[in-house]
Design a protein around this ligand. Structure first.
Ligand code: GLU
Length: 375
């Protein structure tokens, strides 16, 4: 089944990790970039569409600026990214010219995808580039991304991009072979897992420990990206990008890496976006009756079922719905700001009319803007 799926994939997002294309001391690894471009060019020529998400700007910048280590301070990371990004793209440009493929640079922040219009614009631009036969190369817009609007790491960015372009497959290329039964650094007998049908809490936990020094990710961000892509209905392949032709061969049906199966999803793209792209700006604690109405009876959320409002948010913002014991089970777009909700929570429609003078919306979250997330 794994082989059948991989050989049939048409639209592929390939995330290339920092450690593959740059080192803090030596700068950009042009041999690697050239080899990867050649391999991706060959894959592109077999009638598959490729979107690249490449890290490496910060590490390339560190090298060019002769900084000693990966900086912890955000402004220094941003300065290094600004210096490194143009060098990174110049290297890709030169490498892909050899394969006669055109490339395009796209820099994104989380804010670009959190606004539905901008999300759709990004989708149109990317699909237009693919139709034109161009290979888009995406990175986080590190120079402007402050904590509130950043993805934080490119594994997460790539998981979101897979949804933006409605990919069949997300490939995460790094310096690890895939997911092992145990950390192979400490357990030489650990074996590679070729196929993961479900990402269990145990898998997430065991991945938590491993980290790499010269990038923001680690095994945990890769597993989380696979989980996120899976919620969008996209499969993820973890593969070692240091092995020449590994991706090409896996797509031809050979063994290698770990493939994560996605969840079956009946959600529309807009609902997936509400639930898994937007970050909640606040929380609503609901009573048992409201939890039941939402989860069992497909109802909208009314003010009467809200027990507590946490955080500060505006009309239209995403908020999470929680049970009384703090379990988040749904996410939606609120019709009321946190300030107004504080005045009307727990109240019936007739009382709300008296408090607010008028009733603009009966529902706090309309069913069309609400998604059950399960956990
Ligand atoms: N956007 C960062 C860069 O280009 C990489 C972040 C990451 O390592 O995930 O350097």
């Amino acid at each position: 089944m794994r082989e059948q799926f991989l050989t049939a994939c048409k639209r592929i997002v390939v995330k290339i990790g920092s450690s593959l294309v740059a080192s803090p001391k030596g700068g950009l690894r042009l041999d690697r970039i050239n080899r990867l471009a050649k391999e991706l060019g060959t894959i592109r020529a077999t009638n598959r569409e490729i979107v690249v998400v490449s890290s490496g700007a910060i590490v390339a910048g560190i090298s060019h600026l002769a900084l000693q280590t990966y900086p912890h301070e955000l402004p220094l990371q941003q300065a290094a990214a600004a210096v490194g990004q143009s060098r990174l793209m110049r290297s890709y440009e030169t490498a892909f010219e050899e394969t006669h493929h055109k490339i395009a640079q796209i820099l994104l922040t989380h804010q670009d995808l959190a606004d539905r219009r901008r999300f759709l614009n990004a989708r149109h631009t990317l699909t237009t580039l693919l139709q034109l036969g161009v290979i888009p190369i995406i990175n986080e817009n590190d120079t402007v991304a402050i904590d509130e609007i950043r993805f934080g790491d490119n594994d997460t960015l790539a998981g979101q991009v897979a949804h933006v372009v409605d990919a069949d497959l997300l490939v995460i290329l790094s310096d690890v072979n895939g997911l092992y039964t145990q950390d192979p650094h400490f357990h030489p007998s650990a074996t590679l897992i070729p196929f993961v049908p479900v990402i269990t809490p145990e898998i997430e936990e065991s991945a938590g420990a491993s980290r790499t020094l010269n990038s923001r990710g680690g095994m945990i961000t890769k597993i989380r990206a696979a989980k996120q892509a899976g919620r969008f209905g996209v499969s993820t392949l973890l593969l070692n990008g240091e092995t020449p032709l590994a991706l090409q061969q896996v797509l031809e049906g050979q063994e290698g890496g770990t493939l994560f199966q996605p969840q079956e999803s009946s959600l529309t793209s807009r609902k997936q976006w509400i639930a898994f792209t937007l970050r909640p700006k606040g929380e609503l604690i609901l009573d048992e009756g409201a939890v039941n109405a939402l989860t069992q009876r497909g109802k909208s959320l009314l003010p009467s079922g809200i027990k507590k409002v946490i955080g500060s948010f505006m009309t239209g913002d995403p908020v999470a719905c929680l049970t009384e014991d703090g379990k988040s089970f749904a996410q939606g777009l609120t019709n009321y700001s946190s300030e107004t909700l504080q005045r009307i929570l727990g109240k019936k429609t007739s009382e709300i009319r008296k408090i607010l003078g008028a009733l603009e919306y009966e529902e706090v979250i309309h069913r069309d803007n609400l998604v059950l997330t399960g956990s």
